[in-house]
Write a protein that binds this ligand. Structure first.
Ligand SMILES: [Zn+2]
Length: 401
């Protein structure tokens, strides 16, 4: 209980600080005041709180049992509605509540709310609970979830997936995108295994993070107040949950080579009637969306890279402190921002998106071209960095003695 109070008090002081900083933004002040009021109320009723995670000692994420507040209704402009379907969408200009509204709109736009008789209030509660179960990591946070979901929404429109996949399959893609990193602790699977964390022990070192994201997803769907699948027959709901689990598990990059090898075998003879082909396509789609930052314009993608490196470096510091091995791509003394991006773009992103263009050629211009542009940009930066390094290294003749 003390820990819960500490967490709430820390959130309170954070919000109060935010009010000072954002004094020129009236809407932000208004929202903070409401959030402060809400947190104060929840602090007073803290005995009614419940932990969403099945593993309370590890997860600190909390949601109230009942009476989740609603968020303001935003009316999206026609321009925003169009932009939401494109990879160029500027996701940095949206406040957390506005992102909730945008995702809510996507579920309506894709006809999923109507098709599956999803209750409007339950959808809002579910989205709020999902948002509340993302931690404030530099990278693996609510905005990343939004980013992946917006890209999936764009993919569904660009690739006309509604013509090729069933409504159930489209719903699975969208739920998996929203939930795929739930309660991510900001420390990757390698850390979990090396540090022998509870998660690693619980899941036998096998995709511990992804299995945890699945567990939190199922927990939210098991609660009456956040179960968006409640209007379905149990069999249909089970099928969706199973499909979502498979897609979340596919986001473990340790499985990248295996998934892409299977996909490349079927891509040339791809058949939308073949269920095995479809499952692989859905796995590649969520992998693409999860790693799609470099598809976006540089001014939108670059801050993500900085946040990712920030999260990596925080892990490296912790690993050094705990005497654990440090992954070279996370070690600030070894990692080069441009070099690591060139490797990732060349060996992972470009081949993966190119394989998808064999089924959906329209992705060539909207996604593969920007990826090649990003690779060339980081190659150029890499060369510049090497040049600067060489010119700053004193030659033998100039060493002062
Ligand atoms: Zn992710």
């Amino acid at each position: 209980m003390e820990e819960i109070e500490r967490e709430i008090r820390s959130k309170l002081s954070g919000l109060e600080r935010r009010i000072e900083v954002e004094s020129s933004r009236r809407w932000a002040i208004h929202k903070c005041q409401r959030d402060i009021e809400k947190l104060r109320q929840e602090l007073a009723n803290s005995s009614h709180w419940t932990c969403v995670s099945p593993h309370p000692t590890e997860s600190k994420r909390l949601i109230p049992r009942r009476g989740l507040p609603s968020y303001p209704k935003y009316t999206l402009s026609l321009e925003t509605i169009k932009a939401l379907k494109r990879p160029t969408f500027n996701l940095w200009q949206w406040a957390p509540n506005e992102m909730l509204s945008c995702i809510e709109y996507m579920f309506h736009d894709l006809g999923l709310v109507h098709e599956f008789s999803i209750d409007g209030v339950t959808l809002k509660r579910w989205l709020l609970s999902v948002q509340g179960n993302y931690r404030d990591n530099p990278f693996h946070n609510w905005r990343h979830s939004f980013c992946v979901t917006q890209m999936m929404h764009g993919m569904i429109h660009l690739c006309r997936l509604q013509d090729h996949l069933s409504p159930t399959e489209n719903l699975i893609l969208m739920i998996a995108a929203v939930c795929h990193d739930l309660d991510h602790p900001g420390l990757d699977n390698t850390y979990q295994v090396n540090a022998r964390t509870d998660l690693a022990l619980r899941y036998g070192n096998h995709s511990p993070l992804e299995r945890h994201h699945c567990a939190v997803t199922l927990e939210l769907l098991s609660r009456d107040e956040t179960n968006i699948l409640s209007a379905m027959e149990p069999g249909a709901s089970d099928e969706i949950q199973k499909g979502v689990m498979e897609l979340i598990l596919a986001t473990d990059m340790a499985r990248h080579v295996q998934i892409m090898a299977s996909f490349s075998q079927c891509v040339e003879i791809f058949d939308f009637q073949n269920l095995k082909h479809l499952r692989l396509l859905e796995q590649v789609l969520i992998k693409c969306c999860d790693t799609s930052n470099e598809v976006r314009p540089p001014q939108i993608s670059e801050p993500w890279l900085d946040f990712l490196l920030q999260e990596y470096f925080m892990q490296a510091v912790r690993e050094k402190m705990e005497g654990l091995p440090v992954s070279p791509h996370m070690d600030p003394e070894k990692v080069s921002k441009s070099g690591s991006q060139v490797v990732f773009l060349t060996s992972v992103l470009i081949p993966m998106f190119e394989s998808l263009t064999q089924i959906f050629p329209q992705l060539e211009a909207t996604m593969v071209h920007p990826l090649r542009g990003a690779r060339d940009h980081y190659r150029h930066l890499e060369v510049e960095e090497a040049r600067r390094l060489l010119s700053s290294t004193p030659s033998e003749g100039t060493v002062a003695v």
